[in-house]
Design a protein around this ligand. Structure first.
Ligand code: VGL
Ligand code: ZN
Length: 221
């Protein structure tokens, strides 16, 4: 006897997720690590989150304990934007930012976070930074432990991940590259990101394309 194969969406249909990276007050104008023009993404991103165009929305929240190893203030004679060697890899030192429980660490109130199925908090280990939504940066054993997000997305049958947020040249970039390595189809929504250093944008765009990441504008989503 033949059985009908139903097209139950959660069983068989490839789904698409929107991954919203670190839209927090400290990354917006006036914040501790302000990304130039970061506020310009707020209104169009709100519309996109409300559009219903995605099966799933996931967000990240940079969430450092006080005295975090990535803060210049945690190192003698170091200033923000200095680069040091940490566990054998380059680590940029940042101004104190997104400290757990502070206003600067809050997700921006203009976005509809009630639409997010999951909010991943990252960089919570005092000795390890974490840019990517998928994995921490290197730790003393030089591994990059997973956050669990890849597994969560796979269990939800997500195949396509659309990424946007702040900052394009750090957490968005690392998340996109790790997601592509993990076998997802990755689409970066270029106009819904801003970079800490916009001078590197042309190079960044080429690097992402070379890694199989598709770059679009929000009007094409
Ligand atoms: C980020 C630097 C330090 C980001 C987070 O969200 O891009 N950048 N922490
Ligand atoms: Zn950070």
């Amino acid at each position: 006897m033949m059985m009908a194969i139903t097209n139950s969406s959660h069983r068989s249909k490839a789904r698409r997720a929107l991954l919203v990276i670190d839209v927090q007050y400290d990354f917006l104008p006036g914040g501790a690590l302000a990304v130039p023009h970061g506020d310009e993404i707020l209104a169009p991103l709100r519309d996109l989150m409300n559009s219903g165009a995605f099966d799933l929305i996931v967000a990240t929240q940079d969430w450092h304990p006080r005295g975090h190893i990535s803060f210049a203030s945690s190192h003698r004679r170091r200033r923000p934007m200095d680069v040091i060697d940490l566990y054998g890899h380059a680590q940029t030192l940042w101004p104190d930012h997104c400290v757990q429980g502070t206003r600067g660490a809050m997700l921006h109130a203009d976005l509809p976070w009630d639409k997010a199925a999951l909010i991943i908090r990252k960089a919570t280990d005092p000795m390890v930074d974490s840019y990517s939504a998928m994995r921490n940066n290197w730790n003393p054993r030089s591994k990059r432990p997973r956050t669990g997000l890849a597994g969560f997305l796979r269990e939800h049958r997500v195949r396509d991940i659309y990424i946007c947020g702040l900052a394009r040249d750090f957490c968005v970039r690392w998340s996109a590259e790790d997601a592509a390595k993990d076998g997802f189809r990755v689409v970066l929504i270029w106009d819904l990101c801003r970079s800490i250093d916009p001078a590197g944008d042309d190079r960044l765009r080429r690097r992402l394309i070379a890694r199989g990441i598709k770059i679009v504008n929000s009007s094409e989503v």
